[in-house]
Ligand binder design. Structure first.
Ligand code: B12
Ligand code: SF4
Ligand code: SF4
Length: 397
């Protein structure tokens, strides 16, 4: 018998990282240096599975009211190369904004709530500026021009799908991207680049049996897991909708005057978020984050600008914010607040605001409310406001 040959033990060789891996690591370091705390990489390939899903959502009316969200737009947005044909990779980034636990001031002033993402500087501008700095840093590093597309919530790409594929976070049933350690308190953006970078793995996690956000959404807008019916979402109603808010939804809107954070606040993952140290995402003052409702009802254009210039809030315009304030005061106010609301009902320059003030007065009800509504009915020249007054008088009865 021939003697057995000893099997040599394999020698472990640490291969140096490939140039692609090195470039990818450098890009992530640069992102961090540019103030983009979280980043992940995915390819610029299309998301073919999303085209039908988005078109179905449009057809089912889940995006009704967002007139720009057409079937064509939906299909277009599922292929990043429609935006930049030469793109090879996507650097997906997330800007964190959880300010830490804060309470609405308990000072006896009826106050509204502004969604936390809108407390600080406008995230579109912050993201765009930091992504531009990242682009410049990458060009300096590689030593040649790099073609990019800088995208900060432009709606021509599906930010959440990109973030999920790039391993930035995973989908919660509220449809938000949950980032480990930061919850869903992140705003998303991306840089399409003509560089070949190493893609990250997506995060294999899900909500399990939890349904808290579906159960607690005030207006029932999360109609199924991962499915938002935008026309019922308070974010849509307070920010995107320019006209009258459907009467049947008003009582469910609570004290939200700009956006809504409920599905994120109730989420156990989101609750465990680290607070963001980003000075640009912090509010100028808590008074702006939880504004006095009577102040919102009376503010001039100049006062509105002075309080919210540079934040996302001007998107809803002065009249939209005052409309929302009327609903919020109707929801949380008492008979003591009827004089403030009657002031808006009789004196606000915007019929939209007078109409919602009428609703709020009727919702609070009582003798003073009926008296105010009767008086306004005699003086009001606008047909829409008259219809609100009529309906408010009905509910007073
Ligand atoms: C239109 C829009 C809205 C609309 C419609 C909301 C909606 N869900 O579509 C309205 C005005 C209501 C809205 C509200 C809000 N929005 Co918005 N909105 C957008 C916008 C412009 C497009 C979103 C879109 O494509 N909708 C189409 C539908 C079909 O997509 P979706 O609901 O997100 O559905 C996804 C999942 O459900 C998933 N999915 C579907 N089925 C399944 C099944 C399984 C098993 C899984 C895992 C996933 C999954 O795939 C879908 C595609 O990504 C994006 C910016 C952008 N360009 O992407 C921001 C964006 C989604 N909004 C954002 C934010 C912050 C909000 C609000 C929290 C704001 C607030 N505080 O008031 C709320 C949250 C409401 C909610 N729960 O979604 C962030 C989300 C950040 C994050 N962490 O996820 C985005 C990405 C903006 C940004 N660049 O940061 N928004
Ligand atoms: S943002 Fe508010 S209204 Fe919209 S889905 Fe979440 S909890 Fe519901
Ligand atoms: S509340 Fe529950 S179901 Fe909703 S996103 Fe968070 S973990 Fe998922």
């Amino acid at each position: 018998m021939r003697p057995m040959k000893a099997i040599p033990t394999p020698i472990q060789i640490d291969l140096p990282p490939s140039p692609r891996a090195r470039l990818t690591a450098t890009v992530k370091r640069l992102a961090l240096e540019c103030g983009l705390q979280i980043s992940g990489i995915t390819t610029a390939d299309a998301f073919p599975e999303l085209a039908d899903l988005l078109v179905d959502r449009v057809r089912a009316g889940h995006l009704a009211g967002l007139d720009w969200f057409t079937e064509d737009r939906a299909r277009f947005s599922t292929d990043p190369r429609n935006l930049q044909p030469g793109a090879q990779s996507i650097i997906a980034v997330a800007l964190t904004y959880w300010p830490g636990p804060t309470e609405k001031p308990d000072d006896g002033v009826p106050r509204g709530r502004i969604s936390r993402y809108a407390w600080g500087r406008d995230y579109h501008k912050v993201l765009k500026r930091r992504l531009k700095a990242l682009h410049e840093a990458i060009e300096r590093e590689v030593g040649h021009p790099v073609e990019v597309r800088n995208l900060a919530d432009t709606a021509r790409i599906i930010d959440r799908a990109v973030a999920a594929r790039a391993g930035v976070g995973w989908y919660g049933k509220h449809a938000g991207i949950i980032v480990p350690g930061y919850g869903s308190w992140v705003m998303l953006g991306e840089l399409l680049v003509d560089l070949d970078l190493e893609p990250d793995k997506s995060i294999d996690r899900n909500c399990g049996r939890c349904t808290i956000c579906l159960d607690r959404c005030p207006t029932g807008a999360i109609v199924a897991p991962y499915t938002i019916h935008a026309p019922r979402c308070i974010s849509y109603l307070t920010i995107e909708l320019r006209d009258a808010i459907p009467r049947e939804l008003r009582p469910q809107m609570g004290d939200w005057v700009y956006g809504c954070d409920v599905c994120q606040e109730v989420c156990p993952y989101t609750n465990a978020a680290k607070s963001a140290q980003d000075p640009e995402m912090r509010p100028a003052s808590l008074d702006n984050a939880y504004p006095s409702l009577s102040w919102l009802l009376a503010m001039s254009q100049e006062e509105f600008g002075a309080a919210y210039f540079g934040t996302p809030v001007p998107r809803t315009k002065r009249r939209g914010l005052a409309r929302n304030a009327a609903i919020a005061l109707g929801n949380i106010g008492t008979e003591d607040d009827v004089p403030v609301l009657s002031g808006a009902l009789q004196g606000h320059d915007e019929p939209l605001v007078r109409g919602h003030a009428a609703w709020a007065v009727g919702h609070i009800g009582g003798a003073a409310a009926k008296w105010a509504l009767d008086g306004a009915r005699r003086a009001e020249p606008d047909d829409y406001v008259q219809s609100e007054i009529g309906s408010a008088l009905e509910s007073c009865r």
